[in-house]
Ligand binder design. Structure first.
Ligand SMILES: O=P(O)(O)OC[C@H]1O[C@H](OP(=O)(O)OP(=O)(O)O)[C@H](O)[C@@H]1O
Ligand SMILES: Nc1nc2[nH]cnc2c(=O)[nH]1
Length: 178
């Protein structure tokens, strides 16, 4: 079993790069079908979603805009429960179809905050594309239109997701050894 050590923790391979790419293509196919003619704006949530977004957008073939926002709620392997302000959204979302692109929806607290903010800013059709969803961890009702993979409630790294800032560049997903 392939393992990686990041700082003080050991992780084991969980999802291969090929499985990831297949899941990305499936999501892009659904988006191309659903949002044709809707002129969507994709809102990529930094930092974690950068890798999923880069892969996803290469397979999205419909006319669209892409922009980036930033906020943060995690330190180490535990949620602090605090979601900071969104910044970086300079484009108007009034009457737009907005697709929020995330690496993971865990408790859903971050996504709830983003969706509420987009509603306040006048977006009419708010959709979520997330690479991972942890269904057993979800605490909030949020739209979950495009979910690439559902995973158990375990801490993962790789493919954009970090442990204390490291591991985002891994092509595969690794899970924390207990
Ligand atoms: O559903 P939740 O429990 O709110 O967790 C999901 C959030 O946690 C991660 O971000 P993080 O705060 O780690 O920032 P990062 O993307 O910069 O790594 C992830 O990218 C989501 O934004
Ligand atoms: N790296 C990482 N960040 C997260 N944010 C929410 N859940 C997770 C997780 O499992 N791993």
């Amino acid at each position: 079993m392939k393992t990686v050590t990041i700082k003080d923790k050991e992780f084991s391979i969980f999802i291969s790069a090929d499985q990831i790419q297949q899941a990305v293509e499936n999501v892009a196919e659904q988006i191309n079908w659903d949002l044709a003619g809707k002129n969507p704006i994709f809102l990529v949530v930094l930092n974690g979603a950068f890798m999923f977004a880069a892969d996803l957008m290469r397979h999205v073939t419909i006319p669209c805009e892409i922009t980036f926002i930033k906020l943060s709620s995690y330190e180490g392997t535990q949620s602090t429960g605090v979601v900071k302000e969104i910044f970086g959204l300079n484009e108007s979302v009034v009457n737009r179809t907005v697709v929020v692109v995330e690496d993971i929806v865990d408790t859903g607290i971050t996504m709830e905050r983003i969706v509420n903010s987009l509603q306040e800013k006048g977006a009419t059709d708010i959709r979520v594309a997330t690479f991972f969803l942890k269904p057993d961890s979800l605490q909030r009702e949020v739209p979950l239109n495009y979910v690439a993979l559902k995973i158990p409630n375990q801490f993962i790294v790789g493919y954009g997701l970090d442990y204390d800032g490291y591991g985002r560049n891994l092509r595969e997903i690794y899970v924390l050894n207990s």
